[in-house]
Ligand binder design. Structure first.
Ligand code: FES
Ligand code: FES
Length: 137
């Protein structure tokens, strides 16, 4: 498991970025990881077709919390299309497919999760939540 829990992952999990709630979110979602019951809440503020602010809360394992923290860093201030591309790239990476991970920032360090199928849902939870939040009518 050495590769899975690299320092950068542990740091994000111990000190998650953009953790909490937004007072002025435009899009919110709560998503459960069906395999473990852990829950993630995501608040997004979309302004001028950009992610102007984002915050997450809830509870989950090291991988899910680190991934949520990394996701919020990666998509902050990005336009919606770019954020959606990132969701797709992240998902492809986690499934072990070839993809452009340069834009994913710290989240690219979760690549090793692709070798642990049981943890894939932990890593993708926050990214799925973002996709759902952005497409919520
Ligand atoms: Fe704001 Fe990471 S805590 S960019
Ligand atoms: Fe629940 Fe990872 S074990 S999110």
């Amino acid at each position: 498991m050495d590769n899975l829990y690299r320092q950068v992952i542990l740091d994000h999990s111990a000190h998650p970025h953009h953790h909490g709630k937004l007072d002025d979110s435009t899009n919110q979602i709560e998503l459960k990881n069906p395999t473990c019951g852990d829950v993630l809440q995501l608040d997004v503020k979309v302004k001028d077709n950009k992610i102007a602010d984002i915050a997450f809360s809830g509870y989950g394992c090291t991988i899910s919390q680190a991934s949520a923290s990394m996701m919020t860093d990666a998509v902050m201030n990005k336009d919606i299309d770019t954020a959606e591309d990132m969701v797709e790239d992240f998902s492809n990476m986690i499934l072990g497919e070839k993809t452009d991970t340069d834009i994913l920032d710290d989240a690219a360090t979760l690549k090793g999760v692709s070798q642990f199928p049981a943890r894939i849902k932990c890593a993708t939870l926050a990214w799925k939540a973002l996709h759902k939040a952005l497409n919520k009518k």
